[in-house]
Design a protein around this ligand. Structure first.
Ligand code: SF4
Length: 416
């Protein structure tokens, strides 16, 4: 049985409270970190091979090191708790069941980057996670773990909670920062990257909930331990949100070295009702789809990239033989058409066109040229837009059609 880090307290009664968190070793990493040099914290996180667990899988310690050295500007730590990627629901578990791990991780990360204010951007639909996390923040203030002169260390840190209003694009880090600043949640062209010019024009680190919740464990048990749990290029375990046609859907903690097959058949009990597996999306709706023959792949960022897909948010969507892939594409295409922020012409126009074409194919009114038109339109726009939203949409457009083309063709009238 693999070691549990993130989920170790999930089933304990009142796991969200300060008392239970402390009973299980909570807030013991904090004094260690407050006694360390900030650069030593960053180095430890670098050595742990912790990578961003929200989508991009960027090395966390390296990201922290991009904050300009010696800058006297205010620096901000921003936690992305927007969790809008379809098929992803693991951060809500952390916010509800282990919120103090995020708070402790935030204080340590803030110390590393010399930040005294952290923002937690929680998606608007997450009412219970917001309530639970807000309660934990209050407990931490009351216990002197947040605010001025934390544990007599001379270090000050405040947490501000900001609720989103339900736009997927606010999960993109620059869109999130625009929204946090009170503006329309529009992504911005990078560079400058947030580490140089982020929230309110100041150096900012944006990290995902799960990424920061790993930090206290790294400080307590050491970088080598965390790195040793994973693969050569990514340390630790992670949370997989597994949904769809498995016997036991839910949030599963497993090492990043687990295979997709093991996740589906060992951790989630296999395909329900004795049916056959047809396809799997391994990393949220933006990840290119895999066929049933492609699941002997390790779930770390590099192995999935080599397999032509991505780990993304580790939202694993399992589809059995009853699923219509054209219908699945239509649903995904409707989502991207609805959520495009509209700034970039290729994204604004193509997402709508592709949804309309996918819709008419499913309605039995497709035209012979539609599939090649979708592929052409999708590929032409890739890499031309302000943010990664459109490239994320291209993943399903292209992979669903290229891997299941016959299923689409069967829906198009012969005389069309
Ligand atoms: Fe907006 Fe799409 Fe452009 Fe991103 S790629 S900025 S979502 S229009």
């Amino acid at each position: 049985m693999a070691e549990k880090i993130f989920t170790r307290n999930f089933d304990r009664p009142n796991s969200h409270t300060l008392g239970v968190y402390r009973e299980t070793g909570g807030y013991t990493a904090l004094p260690k970190a407050l006694a360390m040099e900030p650069t030593a914290i960053t180095e430890e996180v670098k050595k742990s091979n912790l990578r961003g667990l929200g989508g991009a899988a960027f090395p966390t310690g390296m990201k922290w090191s991009f904050i300009p050295k010696g800058s006297t500007a205010p620096k901000y730590l921003v936690i992305n708790a927007d969790e809008g990627e379809p098929g992803t629901f693991k951060d809500r578990y952390l916010l509800e069941r282990d919120p103090h791990a995020l708070i402790e991780g935030m204080i340590i990360a803030a110390r590393a980057i010399d930040s005294h204010v952290g923002f937690v951007y929680i998606r608007g639909e997450y009412v219970k996670p917001w309530q639970m996390f807000s309660g934990a923040v209050k407990e931490a203030y009351d216990a002197g773990l947040l605010g001025r002169n934390i544990q007599s260390s001379g270090f000050d840190f405040d947490i501000v909670i900001h609720r989103g209003a339900g736009a997927y694009i606010c999960g993109e880090e620059t869109g999130l920062l625009s929204s946090l600043e009170g503006k329309k949640g529009w992504p911005k062209i990078k560079p400058p990257f947030p580490a140089i010019k982020g929230a309110f024009g100041q150096p900012t680190i944006v990290n995902n909930v799960e990424t920061i919740a790993a930090v206290p464990h790294i400080i307590n048990r050491g970088a080598a331990w965390f790195a040793g749990l994973g693969t050569k290029t990514q340390g630790g375990t992670r949370l997989y949100s597994v949904s769809g046609h498995v016997v036991k859907p839910g949030v599963v903690e497993a090492p990043v070295s687990v295979t997709l097959r093991s996740l589906i058949y060992d951790d989630c009990g296999g395909i329900r009702d004795g049916r056959r597996l047809k396809a799997v999306v391994p990393g949220g709706s933006s990840a290119p789809i895999l066929t049933a023959d492609e699941i002997d792949v390790i779930m770390d960022a590099d192995a999935l990239k080599a397999a032509g897909t991505m780990i993304g948010s580790a939202g694993v969507i399992v589809m059995d033989e009853t699923v219509s892939i054209p219908e699945a594409l239509m649903v995904v295409a409707r989502f991207y058409a609805h959520e495009s922020c509209g700034q970039c012409t290729p994204c604004r126009e193509s997402t709508g066109w592709i949804y309309k074409m996918a819709h008419r194919i499913v309605d039995g009114k497709g035209r012979k040229e539609d599939l090649d038109t979708i592929l052409d339109v999708a590929k032409r726009g890739a890499g031309t837009t302000i943010c990664a939203f459109y490239d994320g949409a291209v993943g399903p457009y292209v992979s669903y059609i290229e891997k299941f083309r016959e299923e689409f063709e069967a829906l198009i009238p012969r005389d069309a």
